[in-house]
Design a protein around this ligand. Structure first.
Ligand SMILES: NC(=O)c1ccc[n+]([C@@H]2O[C@H](COP(=O)([O-])OP(=O)(O)OC[C@H]3O[C@@H](n4cnc5c(N)ncnc54)[C@H](O)[C@@H]3O)[C@@H](O)[C@H]2O)c1
Length: 485
């Protein structure tokens, strides 16, 4: 990078009061050897892996030029760590307001690991300012946002990678998908995603909590309502409150939802959706389900998703397993089944459970993003934003059914789902699991959502105004995801 570009980064960092504007010109194509200047936005948790992922590519011309976080403690710690190791004379600069990152013309691409409610707006603003984007999963907080992100990526010709890193398991899951789709185990009967991951209570506060002094709370809330803080821990536990997070379905679960859809080869949202579940076993400040079944009725074969946040029993710390997996995917086929027990491998079994074939191996997802930034070809991405939108959307539509649901007795629920043997079997296992955790579902009732029908071309529900109201969030000005990207 030449001196003018370097001093520009410093100047921009110093000028912290500039007005945010949208540059509609696209980022000039770089030649393969040019440095790519990255900014990582939000790094209390996952963003730390983004920083490591780009640092590891320093020898290939990737430079972290800026870090951005609304928590000044996170920001200063991140800058200190990054700059102490850096051999670069020009140090990375820090921002608390992501709009300043987008104004900085020296930044080529941004990597976003903020809470979910910020993903779409931050990505769209970045694209409008000419940057490529790596954005964490779920890419959106609601269905509509994801489609807006796809529209923006196509309009501005931007490279947008979804943070579902299992898509970079090329020798592993990718090969297994190809093998199954080639018919090696016959037709798929069911694609099942599992997210059996321990999620204990986040505690119950008795009123508004004090926001830590280090946090710019207005910017933290951004597009979401700026209500009182009603959880003990500001960071991370937002996952379990609807204004910011999407429950474990849209947290850990989106990874496995994505793999389950990948095997089916479906490139639309599902046409018929319902969900059942509850937040059971404790009372806390969380709102999202910790135990949930989701049914996506694709024509080829259904996709069922199971979430369990409680352990296998009240006396155990271990989680349940199904066919050897607890956070994974099981693809049931006519001639056997495939288990994906992690982010980088898959094993095929015949009908008798005898191992037939194993697929293993993964590439670096951050590296794949940088490769595509250089080739300027979205088809070089392992997880283009369209894939991210669809898999995130499957979590959102399921949560809409759940949130519109009614508490019902287990027999009433059984009666309504018994026509589908996969659903009935999944529900049976779910109630057994709850019983082992001393949850009596005849008293702590489960919530069964309505069956929602979706027009998959418009991504709107058919004849259901209440559900359609939840397709798009209500934004808090000036943090509004634009109708026209
Ligand atoms: N791909 C993966 O395997 C993986 C793993 C964990 C988390 N994630 C995803 O990463 C995202 C972050 O999760 P986390 O667990 O790190 O959450 P976290 O709450 O621990 O960290 C989020 C960080 O973003 C910062 N932030 C909030 N608003 C911001 C803004 N407007 N500008 C700049 N910074 C802002 C917060 O201060 C915090 O430092 C989530 O979307 C999550 O789903 C992905």
């Amino acid at each position: 990078m030449n001196t003018t570009r370097r001093s520009f980064i410093q100047r921009t960092a110093a000028a912290s009061t500039g007005v945010f504007y949208i540059a509609k010109t696209s980022w000039a194509q770089k030649s393969p050897g040019d440095t790519i200047n990255m900014a990582v936005i939000g790094f209390h948790g996952r963003g730390g892996s983004h920083i490591s992922g780009y640092k590891a590519q320093a020898k290939d011309g990737v430079r972290i030029a800026a870090l951005c976080d609304v928590d000044s403690k996170v920001l200063s710690g991140g800058l200190d760590n990054l700059n102490k190791d850096s051999k670069d004379k020009i140090k990375a600069v820090g921002y608390s307001d992501l709009r300043k990152v987008f104004e900085n013309k020296d930044i080529d691409a941004v990597s976003i690991a903020t809470p979910n409610h910020w993903h779409a707006l931050a990505s769209i603003w970045a694209m409008q300012a000419g940057k490529d984007v790596y954005v964490e999963k779920p890419v959106s907080h609601c269905v509509w946002e994801g489609r807006q992100m796809v529209n923006a990526a196509r309009k501005y010709g931007k490279i947008v990678q979804t943070g579902t890193q299992s898509r970079s398991s090329r020798e592993g899951i990718f090969e297994a998908v190809k093998w199954v789709q080639a018919g090696n185990l016959g037709k798929i009967k069911l694609s099942r995603g599992l997210c059996y991951k321990r999620r204990p209570s986040i505690g119950k506060t008795d009123g508004a909590q004090k926001v830590p002094d280090t946090i710019d709370f207005d910017l933290w809330c951004g597009p979401a309502p700026k209500d009182d803080l009603r959880r003990a821990k500001l960071h991370y536990d937002w996952h379990w409150q609807w204004d910011y997070g999407n429950g474990d379905l849209g947290n850990q679960g989106i990874h496995q939802m994505d793999i389950a859809r990948w095997f089916l080869g479906e490139m639309t949202l599902s046409p018929r959706i319902w969900s059942v579940g509850g937040r059971l076993g404790y009372e806390d400040d969380g709102q999202t389900a910790n135990t949930q079944i989701v049914y996506h009725d694709y024509e080829k074969a259904p996709l069922i998703f199971e979430v369990r946040g409680l352990p296998e029993s009240s006396t155990s710390k271990d989680m349940d397993k199904l066919k050897g997996a607890n956070v994974g995917v099981i693809v049931e086929c006519e001639g056997g089944y495939v288990v994906v027990p992690n982010y980088s491998s898959a094993t095929a079994y015949d009908k008798d459970g005898k191992e037939v074939k194993t697929f293993k191996g993964n590439e670096d997802h951050f590296k794949n993003f940088i490769t595509a930034c250089r080739t300027r070809n979205k088809d070089d991405l392992n997880a283009d934003i369209l894939e991210g939108h669809l898999s995130s959307g499957l979590c959102h539509t399921a949560n809409i059914s759940y949130r519109l649901g009614k508490q019902q007795k287990p027999d009433e629920i059984k009666e309504q789902i018994k026509a589908d043997k996969f659903a009935e079997e999944s529900f049976g296992r779910m109630t057994e699991h709850l019983a082992k955790n001393n949850v009596d579902v005849t008293k702590d009732l489960l919530t069964l959502g309505p069956v929602l029908k979706m027009d998959t071309t418009t991504e709107r529900f058919i004849d259901n105004d209440k559900a359609n109201e939840m397709v798009k969030d209500k934004y808090r000005a000036p943090f509004v995801v634009p109708d026209e990207v």
